[in-house]
Design a protein around this ligand. Structure first.
Ligand SMILES: [Zn+2]
Length: 404
């Protein structure tokens, strides 16, 4: 019989597998855990000792006593370890420290330029993390995992940016290895739209398993949640809808080198450009939103038209992945319902009735905090997974060897 297997070929329940039962935070007794796993109570005890030693599990508040000594219950201790989350944009970064349930404990933000390169940006990040740790009186060793979003394509399996257009110096940079030299924790890196999709689902639509999150800002991108899981595709570029050709874009040049891309006609800079061509004094998406807020017909029309062009691409997405919710976020959505009105107009007209019968097209619920919440969710999911718990156990065993 292979090691690690019980008779009958059922995988043995190790420490990290036992922890998966306790991940939901529900307090349980040793007897209950023994019954659920088929392990002897003494074996459950050994596994729980390890989980207690790494701090993930501890004695829970015992239920109201019905007389006699109540059985000891154990549960996940969310405050035992920390998660560092970062949403690094083109010109602005936010970081937060949360517990293992995602509750924020500290936060910081700063203006910075992603084009300064990885070492300067990540040096700032480590400094910000140290500052937050000092505020809550904890240390780097308490961090279980780090989740980071970057404004460009990332090869998720290695955490290396892949040909990011606005991030000089970052191409292929080993972000996890650089950070691990400072913070002894697992580091997960993904692009900002993917982590925003995770945050949007976690905080806006926790019961929705098929969600498409669309970000309309300087660029246009989407994150796909299907069967409750983020879908990154083979190279991590799934959902990159900004460079899909739209018929009404004609030969408008795009920053990717192609022409007729969605981003070239429906992003915030494209809307501003269209309004400038119509004689309006607009420089940024803020100016566009201010113009819409004043009820300017041209501005409202331009935003709605951008919505229609985005809807053209989203109608195809609806046919391909059949989401039940399309959540639209990003700076342009601050212009109110006009963008969504354009999206709905085209998606409902161009999709098959069955696909849109129950389809909700709505503003992002998680708002500007979606990406940071998603970065935390990504890191928590890893930290509490069997692989994450095994890593913590291995670190503990290394420390024991050093002590001996
Ligand atoms: Zn393009």
């Amino acid at each position: 019989m292979a090691e690690g297997m019980r008779s009958g070929g059922i995988p043995a329940v190790g420490t990290s597998e036992l922890f998966q039962i306790l991940r939901d935070g529900v307090p349980r007794t040793r007897a209950e855990l023994a019954a659920m796993t088929g392990l002897a109570r003494s074996t459950v005890g050994v596994r729980l000792d390890t989980l207690t030693e790494i701090g993930l599990v501890g004695a829970a508040e015992t239920a109201v006593s019905t007389g006699g000594r109540p059985p000891v219950q154990v549960a996940l201790l969310p405050q035992a370890r920390l998660i560092a989350a970062a949403d690094i944009g083109a010109s602005h970064a936010r970081v937060a420290m949360t517990d293992l349930s995602g509750s924020p404990l500290a936060a910081a933000d700063a203006r910075l330029d992603i084009a300064d390169g990885p070492e300067r940006v990540l040096t700032w990040l480590v400094g910000a993390i140290d500052g937050m740790l000092a505020d809550i009186d904890r240390t780097r060793a308490d961090i279980a995992a780090v989740g980071i979003g970057l404004p460009g394509p990332v090869e998720f399996s290695t955490g290396r940016p892949a040909n990011p257009p606005i991030m000089p110096g970052w191409d292929g940079f080993d972000v996890p290895a650089w950070l691990r030299a400072h913070i002894p924790a697992h580091v997960l890196v993904d692009n900002d739209v993917n982590i925003a999709a995770l945050g949007e689902r976690e905080h806006g639509w926790p019961d929705v398993d098929h969600l498409l999150f669309v970000k309309v800002a300087t660029g246009i991108g989407s994150g796909i949640v299907s069967e409750g899981r983020l879908q990154r595709g083979a190279q991590g570029t799934a959902g990159d809808i900004g460079h899909v050709r739209v018929a009404s874009a004609g030969d408008t040049p795009c920053r990717c080198g192609n022409t007729g891309c969605l981003e070239a006609v429906a992003s915030a800079p494209a809307i501003a450009r269209a309004l400038r061509a119509a004689g309006h004094d607009v420089a940024s998406s803020d100016d566009v939103i201010a113009l819409v807020a004043r009820g300017d017909i041209d501005a409202i029309g331009a935003v709605r038209q951008a919505g229609r062009m985005i809807g053209e691409v989203l109608a195809t997405c609806v046919s391909l992945i059949n989401p039940s919710v399309i959540a639209v976020g990003g700076s342009v959505t601050r212009a109110g319902e006009h963008l969504l009105a354009g999206v709905r107009e085209v998606v409902y007209a161009r999709s098959m009735p069955l696909a849109t019968e129950h389809l909700i097209i709505a503003q992002s619920r998680a708002g500007a905090g979606a990406a940071l919440a998603g970065a935390a969710a990504l890191a928590i999911d890893y930290a509490l997974s069997p692989a994450g718990v095994d890593e913590m156990v291995a670190t503990l065993e290394d420390r024991r060897l050093v002590v001996r």
